[in-house]
Design a protein around this ligand. Sequence first.
Ligand code: UD1
Length: 365
Amino acid sequence: MSHKLMVIVGARPNFMKAAPLMRQLHKHKDQFEVTFIHTGQHYDHKLSQLFFDQLGLPKPDINLGVGSGSHAEQTSKIMIELEKLMLTSPPDLAIVFGDVNSTMATALVTSKLHIKLAHVEAGLRSYDKKMPEEINRIVTDRLSDLLFISEPSGTKNLLDEGVDKNKMFFVGNIMIDSLIANLEASKNSDILEKLNLKPQSYVAMTLHRPANVDNKEIFSNLLKVIEEIGAKIPVVFPCHPRTTKELSRFGLIENINKNALRIIEPLGYLDFLKLQSSCKFVLTDSGGIQEETTYLQIPCITLRNNTERPVTADEGSNVIVGVDSDKIRAAAMQILDNKFKAGRIPDLWDGHTAERIVDVLLDKL
Ligand code: UD1
């Protein structure tokens, strides 16, 4: 008998988590009948289709086309469309990834329809409820039947919250499956030539968290210290559309020293992998990039006060410095003085997470 699965993705960081699992499920196509849903949370070519193409993701069976909006608008639109779909053709299990609005919206719908839910990347906590992602993580985990955990803190957090340990499976980090599968191909990217960069001679940066870019004072202070760093070693900044909007809304774009801080369009998966694996260090407020740099053993300075991925700082190459200019500057100078920790690669970040997830599904369904 084959199991009906619905795999739901919505935003950029979901795509590299879904790709290895979709591949693995396809290997068991006699046992699983998969419907692949894109909520349409991300719709720009550079945030969505480009990733589908490069990661070899199949075309979604259905795109809900919900687009952007306030949190309530976006979440509710996804819920309304998904509910219709799941009422017509209920799966045995829905599978979601990470902590985006599409993830939580799915969890709310499945639980009310008594459809089983699996959450890949469960148990992560920043303990900062001002982050929309933290709410998404808490709600999704609470409503999940199978919780696939990427690092030891996930197990501890869920046990602390009273989650039944029979629902929890420490399977490792599925995003690292994608990284390992694509690292060789990323070497063929010509992004360094296009940007006229030499390996190790620049910093790669990403910045898009609302806490950093939606507040003019915080954002402009960050830009000041980043430009200071950029005067010593150029900072290359593939800019998320949200950040681009805020840069122009706050009138910050005109004053930027373009030699120190090179703002470019968002990059595809392979180009960004090449940019990040060849740089001197990374500045970021992303969650996933803290993990990718840990695997690549590239120094990473995280411009946030907390992380939901503590293994990247405890074992990996990540340092959490917040948004204090002195701390950011000091961390960057240390790396430029070649004083940094390469760290170690955490357990089960080995490229086989999707296989372990499918083994659990075959056992539990
Ligand atoms: C979302 C996730 C975040 C993740 C990030 C990665 C939530 C709550 N946040 O944030 O966890 O790190 O994706 O990119 O789910 N926009 C476009 N084109 C698009 C999509 C968005 O221009 O294809 C712009 C719109 O102005 C939109 C804004 O970006 O309003 C924010 O998009 P949204 O999906 O709400 O959240 P992200 O900031 O992308």
